[in-house]
Design a protein around this ligand. Sequence first.
Ligand SMILES: Nc1ncnc2c1ncn2[C@@H]1O[C@H](COP(=O)(O)OP(=O)(O)OP(=O)(O)O)[C@@H](O)[C@H]1O
Ligand SMILES: [Mg+2]
Length: 342
Amino acid sequence: MESKWAVFSYILISGVYFKQMRLNKFESAGSEPLGEGDEKKVFVDPKNETRVISERKDAAGKDTPRQLKGRYYLGKIAHALLPGHIPDIYQAGESVDGKQTVDIERIPHSAGQALLQKLRRASQNEEPAREKLEEERLAMRGLDDDLEKIGFGFALDQNAGNYTKDEAGSTYYLETFKPWRADDVDPKELEVLFDEEALREAIDELPDEKARDECFQHLERLLALLGEEKKDTKELQENRESSLLDCKPGIEKFEATIAPFLEEQVLASLHEITSYKTVAEILSNEERNRAKEARDLVFSQLKFLQEKTNITAEDYKALYEKYMTIRRAVGVLNGGIVDHTR
Ligand SMILES: Nc1ncnc2c1ncn2[C@@H]1O[C@H](COP(=O)(O)OP(=O)(O)OP(=O)(O)O)[C@@H](O)[C@H]1O
Ligand SMILES: [Mg+2]
């Protein structure tokens, strides 16, 4: 019944992107992970025990398809530059059911790493394992320096759980490298998380010509993806901005709805309602009901302004504060008390 499990997934292998059928689809459900963190569950590949399959958890948020491909290229380059310290990467893709996975070389767990995973699985205090891992502190920071020299200093995750040591005593960094992320300040831009020049220099120094050529090819593909993603991000943002409505009419409606309830006497008399004997009693208080209706209406007006119009963050904040004033005046019912503080 193998075909029952056959699914199509987009997989990137050796730089060629194609639609691959994965017979015996990797089913993580029910398998015990070899390691787990906040973002990923990592399983031994059931088809090849020298590899692991790292599956991104749903709550961790997804890479864009280009980011995911970029991770593959950066992983290949990093492994070629630091082969005894960065696991090889074999494929990165997304299955039809939306799970993003990366297939990576399996590195043996050091005593500290094994203990960490054991404690984590049992939901026990991880401190003893962290102390053990800290014994490798010098080697870990040395590896960070090497990664920084080749252009990966931007987004290293120095959490001790990301490092292990193989039987030969070589320290490995287990994270893959995110190539870029949305810029915090300017949504039209991307923040690149590798140093292209440092990478080029490091690749240039690779003694093996074939490895050098392959790395430059990976880098070129990565840069092409980055260029496309930058262009798309910019266009998307510009389209969003140009399709936004003028905020003025919406602001006027909001002000007209809320103004009568911001009058001092109205606010004061709403704040005077501090307790009630029966819910029915408070629900029949007409003054409060009118204010409640206005509160709900201005809330939907605010949402509209934020999502559909070109309102500035500053103007939005000012309106939001007015909304909070009416919200507190109406208050929240809580066991016979009208709570005006939330
Ligand atoms: N290549 C690998 N070989 C062997 N074990 C691995 C490999 N990659 C990851 N692991 C195991 O899986 C664990 C979690 O992996 P990873 O760090 O990628 O996930 P994470 O969600 O980022 O976790 P954390 O939040 O602890 O950093 C690692 O601590 C390690 O035990
Ligand atoms: Mg990690």
